[in-house]
Design a protein around this ligand. Sequence first.
Ligand code: NAD
Length: 444
Amino acid sequence: MSTPATPRLTVLGTGYLGATHAICMAVLGYDVLGVDTDRAKVAALNEGRVPFFEPGLPELLRKALDSGRLSFTTDLSAAGDFGDVHFICVGTPQQADSHAADLRYVEGVTRDLAPYLRRRCLVVGKSTVPVGTAERLTRIVQDNAPAGVEVELAWNPEFLREGYAIEDTLHPDRLVFGVASPWAEQTLRTTFAPLIDAGVPVVTTDLPTAELVKVAANSFLATKISYINAMAEVCEATGGDVQDLATALSYDSRIGGRFLHPGLGFGGGCLPKDIRAFVHRAEEVGVGKSVAFLRQVDAINQRRRARTVDLVREQAGGSLEGVRVCCLGAAFKPNSDDVRDAPALDVARMLQEEGAIVSVYDPEAMDNARRVQPGLHYAESVFDAAAGAQVVVLLTEWEQFRSLDPRRLGEVVAACAIVDGRHALVRAEWEGADWTYRALGRAG
Ligand code: NAD
């Protein structure tokens, strides 16, 4: 049986990745059923509320719901009846007691879906997984599908960035199709026809390569960030200026300036756990040495958090005990409310552990931050957070913080001392307004 010209899609797991994918595919003209075990999330989405912050997504959700092509359910059996193509978008977090990925959700949803499959269909993994997972999921889905139902599995890794999720989904740099048969490739080509027709390049490959592309990309990006942060450490020891160094490197077309921004480093629900899971998996298959450098990448990244605390302590005169610190930012990056492994919240927690009186403000991540770090004090606004502060530390480079007027902020703080954890401010402007400015990798 050939693939229908417009296959019906299910999206299993409607978090940051799955909700965006479901909404965008409906907007592209497909009938889409989103499935999640989280009742509150499903109810919110059906009511037109995106349960996380992503610019433009609420408007697109409304448009997709109004088209009648998109709905959400907690009923997995409905997915079996509905779909020709089933996208797996559930989470693959780090295991609690190891660096390995926790595969219980991808395995669980695959096993649970299989008995409900009614006709020939393609199950497509989008979650980020250790290489070899697709092969195991193929066996799981085929062993558990009803007799006579032909099911194949393919891998289509996702590269979207939170904050740019719509753009990245509708206009990705490339599509990667990991397939085990020409039918699976053809089905994916049909499913992504609007993007392919618009000129998005397709790389068709085998299942393990498709799984590896995603972790290889994230490892490269993490390495580039930690590389410039390692240079920041060298600058700190030698009196160099990492900002000038990065600018000079960025003009080299072989290197390029993207992901070469020194600062507090990476966090979030992807990069940290993906590089750790990659090292773990590489060791399992006997090539641990090949990616051992990623341990250093991780260690450099973690050290930036401690070094940021050092700078705040130095600004406070040597001790944080009883010092009022205003923390600007909680999300792991701007334009997101995601606080998973957020460097900003980690620094705020470390400051408080050293005795500082911390006040945190973030434009979008306050609710999530309160859930993860309920012991911190949260302010209503930048100026509320900064009132009476002896040190201000910028931890997430929201545009709102970049464009702060140092003179106005100077009127509410107790002392004009700032640590620019993201190299987001123009130093001369702050020093010109009589602030003491410190940043990682730059002389004080
Ligand atoms: P998330 O935690 O926001 O979403 C996962 C969703 O899966 C949750 O809503 C959860 O309730 C749901 N779920 C769990 N078990 C389920 C089940 N059995 N049936 C149905 N739903 C179930 O995670 P996320 O950030 O969307 O990431 C999902 C995957 O995509 C991960 O592997 C991640 O590494 C990868 N990824 C994420 C991004 C990103 O920017 N967030 C980008 C690329 C890849």
